[in-house]
Ligand binder design. Structure first.
Ligand code: GN1
Ligand code: MG
Length: 376
């Protein structure tokens, strides 16, 4: 995170229509792309989150913010209409705080883009899932997110990062990085590249299914790491956060990206790959929570595609980390020199483990889905 002095951060916080007087602005969270700060005021509540949007990644900030506005408004309407069944609907969805000039974001004189959200009190997120209850709640959260957005017209949502989960595009970026070898690191990653190449064809399966129109394009989250769900003090899911990448997509992408973090007993960037093990009971719990919410709207083809996402997303993430490593670490924030390589290796290890258990995981999805079908 770059060093912005506290006085300047307070000035930036005051651009927005907040209540009370700012008393502190401190760095917050563990995102790889944007910079986030926790804003405290002299009021008891609310606190706020001030974010600098990485405009090198999100070139069209206006479109990102428009997507977020549409999605949060729609979710709020839907939560209010659910009525008594839902407590405090306003705390289930992120709330954008406009600037004092009533704009969704602010561009400062150095060209940086800023926005603000209400910080939801008494919530927490986890980088690593600890209990089945947490996993199930994560599944419910992302399933409900997709379900409540299923009646918002997907054509209203802009594809702010074109081809974000298109594996063909990601592999082509990797090839370009290999050819350029800008950081002179290609010779260090021969083993990783061979592993990736051997699986290129198999990882096209989801696109092959989608091609002839078998998979509907829906509004998906596209960054369903488990730490993008806020849980309340009782570990119930409360709110899905990090809405920058909400775009048209396939549900298998969201399922696979969530499982990538949930089934892995170690961190996304674990240095000791022997620590990377699968926690199948957490996979099952997530699947139960997800399908409980999602089974009413999913097609059979979509349910069958979920496992393809489970294999694809860690593979694609490894391709992305490795590409960034070869290009000299411009995209993801790194905390030590070989961090992107370490991340890529951990994700490839996860792919290997998932391949070994593919049929077991497939059976779990089928069994859980059939269970819900019988209860309809
Ligand atoms: C980035 O910024 P963060 O941590 O929410 C990335 C995701 C990756 C993730 C890997 C816009 O998300 O796609 O899955 O890192 N976001 C973008 O941890 O590229
Ligand atoms: Mg993100």
């Amino acid at each position: 995170m770059s060093n912005i002095n506290p006085k300047r951060l307070r000035l930036l916080a005051n651009v927005f229509a907040i209540e009370g007087n700012v008393t502190a602005v401190v760095p917050f969270g563990s995102g790889h792309i944007n910079d986030t700060y926790h804003v405290q005021t002299d009021r008891q509540e609310p606190d706020y989150l001030l974010q600098r949007i990485n405009h090198h990644v999100f070139a069209n900030v206006a479109a990102v913010m428009q997507n977020i506005k549409l999605v949060t408004q729609h979710l709020k309407t839907r939560y209010y209409s659910i009525g008594n069944g839902i407590q405090r609907p306003e705390e289930r969805v992120l709330t954008l705080i406009p600037t004092k000039l009533d704009k969704l974001y602010y561009q400062d004189e150095t060209g940086n883009f800023w926005r603000m959200f209400i910080m939801l009190a008494n919530t927490r997120s986890y980088d690593i899932v600890q209990t089945e209850r947490q996993a199930r709640e994560g599944g419910r959260a992302f399933g409900q997110f997709q379900r409540l957005l299923a009646d918002l017209d997907v054509r209203l949502i802009r594809e702010v990062l074109p081809g974000f989960h298109h594996i063909g595009k990601r592999l082509s970026n990797l090839r370009t990085a290999i050819e350029a070898d800008a950081a002179q690191r290609v010779s260090r990653v021969a083993g990783e590249l061979a592993f990736i190449t051997r699986r290129e064809k198999r990882m096209q399966t989801l696109l092959d299914l989608a091609g002839p129109g078998q998979l509907p394009l829906r509004i998906t989250h596209n960054d369903t790491k488990f730490n993008n769900v806020l849980l309340n003090a009782q570990d119930q899911s409360q709110c899905v956060i990090d809405l920058d990448t909400v775009m048209p997509g396939y549900v298998a992408y969201d399922f696979g990206d969530a499982i990538r973090t949930i089934i892995n007993s170690a961190a996304e960037d674990e240095a000791d790959v022997d620590k990377i093990k699968l926690n199948i009971s957490l996979f099952e719990a997530y699947t139960e929570g997800y399908l409980e919410e999602a089974h009413p709207f999913l097609t059979q083809e979509e349910i069958d595609s979920l496992i393809e996402g489970v294999l694809l997303l860690p593979y694609m993430q490894a391709v992305r980390f490795l590409t960034d490593f070869l290009e000299g670490d411009h995209y993801f924030k790194i905390y030590h020199p070989d961090h992107n390589l370490q991340r890529a290796r951990a994700q490839l290890k996860l792919v290997e483990k998932l391949e070994q258990h593919e049929s077991e995981l497939r059976h779990i999805v089928t069994r859980v889905a059939e269970g819900y079908r019988r209860t309809v």
